[in-house]
Ligand binder design. Structure first.
Ligand code: AMP
Ligand code: GLY
Length: 430
C-alpha cells in the first residue's frame, strides 16, 4: 500500500482507558480503516475489534500480525515496549508507533535514565544507586528526610516511595530488595533527594529529530480525595496544567526536551514515539521526576480530546521522520478526566458489577479501562473502570461537565475522587 492512497488498517496493543482514547481519536482520521485492539476490553469493543491476546504475549501478537497484516501498529503499554515488541513487529514489516527496546529503556530502567540525565546535564533530583540492601540502609541513616526510594525497573507506577522517616525508607528498601515485591525490578534501587513544587506531565511526539510537546496536563496520583491514600496509576487528569506557563515551557524545551532527544541519539538509542516527561517545577527550576516511553494514563484521556490535528498523520510522521512537516495543533480549551474506580483500588476490590453508561454528549467521552462484556452486559473487571472526560472553553466548565457526566455513570462499588481539577482551579484563582 502506498501511503496517502487508501485507508490503513491499524493494530493497537493494550487494553486500558488510554488505548480507548487513542482508538477514538484515530477513528476521526479520514485514513483510518479497520482497528484491531489486543486485548482491548469490553468497552473498547464498541470501537474496535478486540482479540484476546495479552499485550505481553509477543509471540501471540507477532502471529496475529502475520495473519491479519495490519498496515500500522500502535504500541502503548510500557511492558511490551520494554520487551521489544516494536523491534519484533518492525522485523515482520509492520511499521510501528512506539520506541524500540533500546530506547524504551528510558522508562524501563530508572538507573539508565538517571545516568543519562547526569551525563548530559539534564536537571533532575540528586540520587545514588544501590545493589546491596545493607549498604542502602546504612546510607539512609545519614540522609535528610523525607527521602525517595525507587525501584530501578517497571513496577506498575508503584515503584517510588516517598518516605518521611528512616523506618519507612528502610521498609521500602527491604520490600524492594529483600522481599522482591516488584520482582527483578528491585535488584537495583535509587535513593533520591526529595524535591518540592507542582508536578506537570508533558507528553510529546517525537520522530527522533523533531519534538512537539502536547498540551500539558496534571495527573492526580493519590487514591482518595484531598490527595490522601495510596499512589495509584492516576485517578484523573486535567489539561492544560496552569502551573506550566509559556516561559516554563520554553525553558523545558531548551533544558530538558531537546537535550533528551539529542542525548538518546548520542547514545545510539534514537527515540521515536510518545516521550512523556514527568516534571516537578522546583524553586530552582523544572526538573525531571521520571520519563515514560509512552502515552500516560489517565493524562492521554484528557489530552487527546483537545487535539485538533489528525492523530494518524502525526504518528505516521513520528515513524517516518517527517514530524517537522506535520501539523500538530491543540485547541485553546481545557479538558478534565474523572476516573471511576472499583472501591478498594489500588489494593483489593470486587468486580463483576454491571455498568450503566449514558450516551456521551458533544465534547464528552467515556473511555473504558477495566470492563468486560458478558451476555451483552458491560461488567466491571478492573481497578480503574473508566474515565469520564469533557472538554470546554475553560477549565472550570470542563471540570463541572466531566463531573456531571461521571454522575450519570453507575455501578455498584464505584469510587471517584471529588476534587479532580481543584488544585488547578485554585492555581487559576477560581
Ligand atoms: P515516579 O514513579 O518516579 O513517577 O514517582 C511517583 C511519584 O512520587 C511522583 O509523581 C512524585 O509525586 C513522587 N516523587 C518521585 N520522585 C520524587 C522526588 N525526587 N521528590 C519528590 N517527590 C517525588
Ligand atoms: N499517569 C502516569 C503514568 O501513566 O505513568
Amino acid at each position: 500500500m502506498k501511503l496517502g492512497e487508501k485507508t490503513m488498517d491499524i493494530l493497537v496493543v493494550g487494553g486500558g482507558g488510554r488505548e480507548h482514547a487513542v482508538i477514538k481519536t484515530l477513528k476521526k482520521s479520514k485514513r483510518c480503516g479497520k482497528i484491531w485492539c489486543l486485548p482491548g476490553n469490553g468497552g473498547i469493543a464498541a470501537d474496535a475489534e478486540c482479540v484476546p491476546v495479552k499485550a505481553t504475549d509477543l509471540d501471540g501478537i507477532a502471529a496475529f500480525a502475520q495473519k491479519c497484516k495490519p498496515d500500522f501498529a500502535v504500541v502503548t503499554p510500557d511492558d511490551p515496549l520494554c520487551m521489544g515488541l516494536v523491534d519484533r513487529l518492525e522485523g515482520l514489516g509492520v511499521p510501528c508507533f512506539g520506541p524500540t527496546k533500546n530506547a524504551a529503556v528510558i522508562e524501563g530502567s530508572k538507573v539508565f535514565s538517571k545516568d543519562l540525565m547526569k551525563k548530559y546535564g539534564i536537571p533532575t533530583a540528586e540520587s545514588r544507586v544501590f545493589t546491596d540492601a545493607a549498604e542502602a540502609i546504612s546510607y539512609l541513616k545519614t540522609h535528610p528526610y523525607p527521602v525517595v526510594v525507587k525501584a530501578d525497573g517497571l513496577a506498575l507506577g508503584k515503584g517510588a516511595v516517598v518516605a518521611a522517616t528512616f523506618s519507612e525508607a528502610e521498609k521500602a528498601v527491604r520490600d524492594m530488595m529483600v522481599e522482591k515485591v516488584f520482582g527483578e525490578s528491585g535488584n537495583r534501587i535509587l535513593i533520591e533527594e526529595f524535591l518540592t513544587g507542582p508536578e506537570v506531565s508533558v507528553l510529546s511526539f517525537t520522530d527522533g529529530k523533531t519534538l512537539v510537546p502536547m498540551v500539558s496536563s496534571m495527573d492526580h496520583k493519590r487514591a482518595r480525595t484531598g490527595d490522601e491514600g495510596l499512589n495509584t496509576g492516576g485517578m484523573g487528569a486535567v489539561a492544560p496544567n496552569p502551573y506550566y506557563t509559556e516561559e516554563i515551557a520554553a525553558r523545558c524545551m531548551r533544558e530538558i526536551f531537546l537535550p533528551t532527544v539529542a542525548a538518546m541519539n548520542r547514545e545510539g538509542r534514537t527515540f521515536r514515539g510518545c516521550l512523556y516527561f514527568g516534571l516537578m517545577l522546583t524553586p530552582e527550576g523544572p526538573k525531571v521526576i521520571e520519563y515514560n516511553c509512552r502515552f500516560g494514563d489517565p493524562e492521554t484521556q484528557a489530552v487527546l480530546p483537545l487535539l485538533e490535528s489528525d492523530l494518524l498523520e502525526i504518528i505516521l510522521a513520528c515513524r517516518n521522520g517527517t514530524l517537522a512537516e506535520t501539523a500538530v495543533k491543540f485547541s485553546g480549551g481545557a479538558s478534565c478526566c474523572v476516573v471511576l474506580a472499583s472501591d478498594g483500588y489500588p489494593q483489593k476490590y470486587q468486580t463483576g458489577y454491571e455498568i450503566s453508561l449514558p450516551e456521551a454528549g458533544e465534547d464528552e467521552a467515556i473511555f473504558v479501562a477495566g470492563a468486560r462484556l458478558e451476555g451483552g452486559k458491560l461488567l466491571t473487571a478492573g481497578g480503574r473502570v473508566l474515565g469520564a472526560t469533557a472538554t470546554a472553553p475553560t477549565l472550570k466548565e470542563a471540570v463541572a461537565r466531566a463531573y456531571s457526566l461521571a454522575e450519570k455513570i453507575t455501578f455498584e462499588n464505584a469510587y471517584k475522587r471529588a476534587d479532580i481539577g481543584a488544585r488547578a482551579l485554585s492555581a487559576l484563582g477560581e
